[in-house]
Structures are given as C-alpha cells and as structure tokens.
Design a protein around this ligand. Sequence first.
Ligand SMILES: NC(=O)c1ccc[n+]([C@@H]2O[C@H](COP(=O)([O-])OP(=O)(O)OC[C@H]3O[C@@H](n4cnc5c(N)ncnc54)[C@H](O)[C@@H]3O)[C@@H](O)[C@H]2O)c1
Length: 436
Amino acid sequence: MAIGTVAIQSTPSLLSAAGSKWSNEVKKSVSPNSFVNIALIGKGGMGTSDTNTSLSVDGVKLVGVCDLYDKRLKDAKAQWGNALFVTKDYKEILSRKDVDAVIIATPDHWHQLIAIEAMNAGKHVYCEKPVIHKLGEGKALIEAQKKSGVLFQTGSQGMASLGNRAARLLVQQGVIGAVNFVDGQFTAAPGRLNSFTAPDDASEETIWWERFLGNAPKIPFNPQHFFAWRNWKDYGTGIAGDLFVHVLSSIHYIMDAIGPEKVYTTGGIRYYTDGLRDTPDVMLGYFDYPDRNNLGAFTVQLGANYVDGVSKKWGSMDFRIVGSKGTLDVGWDNVVLKTMGDVDPRDLQVLEQLGQGMKSPEKVSSREYLFSVKEGYKGGHYDHHFNFIDGIRNNKPLTADVLFAVRTAAPALLSYESYLQDKAIKWDARNLKIMK
Ligand SMILES: NC(=O)c1ccc[n+]([C@@H]2O[C@H](COP(=O)([O-])OP(=O)(O)OC[C@H]3O[C@@H](n4cnc5c(N)ncnc54)[C@H](O)[C@@H]3O)[C@@H](O)[C@H]2O)c1
C-alpha cells in the first residue's frame, strides 16, 4: 500500500515534485516544429558533456560557445563546426536573439550571476550544480526565475535516471517501510585532486583572468586557481558542492524532501598537504531530515575520501536507503531491493509506470529483487536533457527547477559551512534560513 503520493510519468518527464509558491510558469516557448537553439557557457569537462548530450536530443542545435580560454574556443569550433559563434564574454551570448537556452557549466562562483542575467535576457537555463556558491544567493535566483517565467533546470542528472525513478516509486509504495537512514559514500584513488600542470600556452594573453575571478578576491594570474578551481573555496564548494549535492538531489526527489533541519560535517586535508588547496580531501556529512508525507524522518550520512582506491562500496553516485522493512541500493541504472519479510509482488506493479525502459524485476529470492535497465537505455544524463528540451518545447514544468535546485544546493553549502565553522547548523528549509 502506498504511504505517500507518487506523481510520475512513464516517459523521462518528471512532474514537479514538491509544490511551491514559486512554481514554474513557462512564458517563452519554442514552436514544436523548430529547433531549440542552445549555447554553452563554460566549455570544460562537464560543459562539453552536457552539450553533446543535449545535441543527442532530437531538434537541438548549438549556436554559440563562451569560454575564457582561447584553446577551449578553438576546440569548440574543431568539435562542433567552424560556423559556431564563439566569444570570451557570456554577455555576447545572452544578447543573441537566436539563443533559446543556455547551458551554464562554469566554476560554481559564476553560476548564480550568469543564470540571473540569462533569465533576465529571456533565455531558458540549464545550470550545473550547485546553482549557488553562497547561501545568500538563492533567493535572488528564485526571484529572477519567477519574474522571467523561463524554464530553469539544475544539472543533477542522476535524479532523472530510471534507477532513481524506480527507487522513488518503490519508496513511496512503502516497500521498504518508513525510511530512517540514507548512506552514500564517494571514494576515489589518489589523483583526482592532484594539482594541475598548466598547459604551456596558459597566460593572461590566452585566458581572461579578471573575468574568471569575478566576485572572488583579486589575486595575480595563477593557473592553479584557473584550472584546479575546485581546490579553492573562492570558486568551488568543496566535495559537498561537487558530489554530496548529487545524492541530496536524488534523495529530495525520491522522498519529496525539501531540506534537512540540521547539518553537521567534519573532515580535513589529510593527504594533499602540498598547500595547493584550501578544501578538504576527506569529508563526512550528516543531515537530519524531518518526516514529510509520512515517508519517515531520516538521517543522511555522506562520506567522501579522495585518497581511497579500494574500499568503494557501490558505484560512484550510488547510495543506500534504509527503511523499517528493508533496504534499496540505488544506482542510476539499477536498484537492489532487500526486505526482512517476503516481498508482495503486487507492490512491484508500481514500476509499470516507468514504461518500457526497465527489464522485468529479477527475483533473486522472495526477499531480494534486482531492477535494471534494458540494453540501449540512454541514461539519466540523456533523460535530464530530454526533460529540459521537452519542457521548453511543450511548456512543461520541470522537477529539478530553480526552487528544487536551491533547496538541494543549500544543504551541500551548509555541509561545507559546518566543516569551516566546526559546528552543527540548524536550517529552516522552507524559508531558506539558518536558524539561530
Ligand atoms: N553534473 C555533473 O555530473 C557534473 C560533473 C562535473 C562537473 N559538474 C559541474 O560543472 C561545472 C564545471 O565543472 P568542470 O569539471 O567542467 O570544470 P572545468 O574547469 O573543466 O570547466 C569550466 C570551464 O568554465 C570556463 N569558465 C570559467 N569562468 C567562466 C566565465 N565567467 N565565463 C565563461 N567561461 C568560464 C573555464 O575556462 C573552463 O573551461 C561545475 O559547476 C561542476 O560542479 C557537474
């Protein structure tokens, strides 16, 4: 029997998860027969991946790319065609009439500002996570979306995957009982946080350094800061904003959660003591979530160790949800259900709502089932971009909208803040306020 309400469609589309006073009202639409013209701002690793995935959705055309480094603009033309408009100034992208939507994949400290300017210019926005760099930036972002009425989606693609959608259905069906605990662990072998060897051509001639700094403290040109920006809190948001936010987004989606009431995080720079970073390489974050919709009050434990090459429990973005009747190991492409009593197969019928993408449940025993995607499934990243483009084309609201984005970025930033301040922080998720 369902213990919560499930609102899911059988296509990749996800309906707006948590009702909000800031609900999306789409104003700027693209005719269903014309191309959706996108432009990329920030052509690094993720921007390139986002763009290629977006281009794999039918009817999407790339018309412009912005980056601060000459080489990346040259690469963009080599990759996507010489006719591409390229610039170092994102304002030139925003002033173009032929751009319907932008992908923002810059370092974190630029997300909110560019997103607000893009929305004010009437562009739909796909903004990488975390959409804010500081807690205080959230409200202005939400207001800008509300005022402009364009669509906004945050780049937490895992929540759009079939695995996450299956988990949402199973949890809300009550298959594992009331949820009490979520465990997610990120590990990586030494190397991921290594300092960066700057390319020979990296200089103030080829990189617009002043623009990179933006609202960060003014310092002389430093390629370590430009290329390994994640290592510095002036531009990045630590492991919490880089990785924890993915699991937090999935949890908010699966549980219809809006945020924790308390966050505590500890950790430190344990291995990378070369002075080339001010962010920790080991972080343990704890997040207490109140009950919502009778799905259970639960604690989330998220750990990250970038100096651990062997003790990985699950896939890199996978996590375990523990309930009073059983557990779900949730990945993007598969989910494992284990229960204390026999599973009632009628409860699994809820997964029919997912349509054709998943194989029939594989029964390991009466208390263990495996749910996995069929061969050829395009993956959560595709589904997430499909939802964005489909939303633009068909005036549909999005689940990972601006309010969802701020509500999931906030606990990640609070986690980093708790580490920095060395204390637990109480959070009013509804009003996006730290409690005294
Ligand atoms: N969704 C995911 O799974 C995922 C994965 C990796 C990264 N990300 C996010 O994507 C973003 C980019 O990360 P990355 O790993 O691609 O970094 P990256 O360093 O590879 O790319 C960032 C690019 O932005 C450019 N840039 C910096 N400031 C700019 C500005 N003001 N205007 C235009 N371009 C600017 C840089 O020149 C660089 O090419 C981050 O916010 C990160 O958190 C998301």
